[in-house]
Ligand binder design. Structure first.
Ligand SMILES: [Zn+2]
Length: 306
């Protein structure tokens, strides 16, 4: 579904997932052989991107591209576009000799983050979804219930254990990411691994038994020692590293005396609304925000404009 109000990279895929086709193996096989079929290749979870004199475009190939994935390679069915063209993703084996890769002159396998910043947003959304599912398959070769090996079924949207019959579905891990605000200022934190000068919103995984509001309050208290009194939902971002859903919120806190958890953060700093405007436009001088590709940037931008 297209939601013009959601500004996030990896959201707003233009495809109809056509879930009713997933169980129809004959339709999937026929669809992949159609002239209008489009296949995205991945190698070690990096999507193939065309490169023409430095101009990068999505590496959509025809169904014949499957031959590059080895005999019997399965494809992941991603859905159909507005014209009805079926879209798939397939993986070139990890051990393939990439020096001899037949399409090397046309482009390269690009890191997913870099690709998302280079490619049109609709393609980034489709490829991000594919990456998350291909990654899930790699990590779920065995049944969590009985330990036997599992098989990929239903166009790549399920794994089935032939031994105990358990069905396994792709996982999504919810993460809350919140901009803590107090009056006319907001708190941003720095992790030691961040590039020098970069500050971002606080974040953490939602735990079992927690609402989004509870997770926002717990993480804000744990990481910054601040008490949340109101939570406002902003937007969500599918985040395929490996398979999270970032739930962006604005969190109003009751005071501005933070106590940092130094296991999580190196430091934290309050920024005024005027400074927030400078952070998102890259004109602050001392500090900068994550790029527009990150939901933290969008949260800050929304609050800075308010
Ligand atoms: Zn099993």
């Amino acid at each position: 579904m297209l939601d013009p109000a959601n500004p996030n990279t990896f959201a707003n895929s233009p495809l109809d997932r056509a879930g009713h086709r997933r169980r129809d193996a004959a339709w999937l096989e026929q669809a992949c052989a159609r002239d209008d079929a489009r296949v995205a290749l991945f190698h070690k979870l990096n999507p193939f991107v065309f490169d023409e004199d430095g101009v990068r475009t999505p590496g959509w190939l025809g169904g014949h591209a499957r031959v590059l994935c080895g005999p019997g390679a399965s494809v992941l069915f991603l859905g159909v576009d507005q014209s009805g063209a079926p879209h798939f993703a397939a993986e070139v084996p990890d051990g393939a000799d990439m020096d001899e890769f037949p399409l090397a002159a046309m482009g390269a396998f690009e890191d997913m983050r870099a690709a998302a910043m280079l490619l049109p947003a609709p393609d980034a959304a489709i490829l991000g979804c594919a990456k998350a599912i291909l990654d899930w398959h790699r990590r779920h070769a065995f049944c969590a219930q009985c330990g036997a090996s599992t098989q990929r079924v239903e166009g790549g949207w399920k794994r089935l254990c032939a031994s105990c019959g358990a069905e396994h579905f792709p996982r999504v891990d919810p993460v809350v990411i919140m901009l803590a605000t107090f009056g006319d200022k907001c708190l941003l934190g720095r992790q030691a691994r961040f590039p020098r000068g970069m500050y971002s919103a606080l974040a953490g995984f939602v735990e079992p038994g927690e609402s989004i509001e509870e997770a926002v309050a717990r993480e804000t208290l744990e990481e910054a020692g601040l008490t949340v009194r109101a939570v406002r939902y902003h937007s969500t971002q599918p985040w395929p590293f490996p398979s999270s859903l970032m739930i962006g919120c604005l969190a109003e806190v009751t005071g501005d005396r933070e106590t940092i958890d130094h296991e999580e953060l190196e430091s934290a700093r309050w920024f005024t609304r005027e400074e927030a405007r400078l952070l998102v436009t890259g004109k602050h001088g001392e500090a900068f925000a994550p790029p527009p590709f990150a939901i933290a940037h969008q949260l800050l931008k929304t609050w800075a404009r308010a």
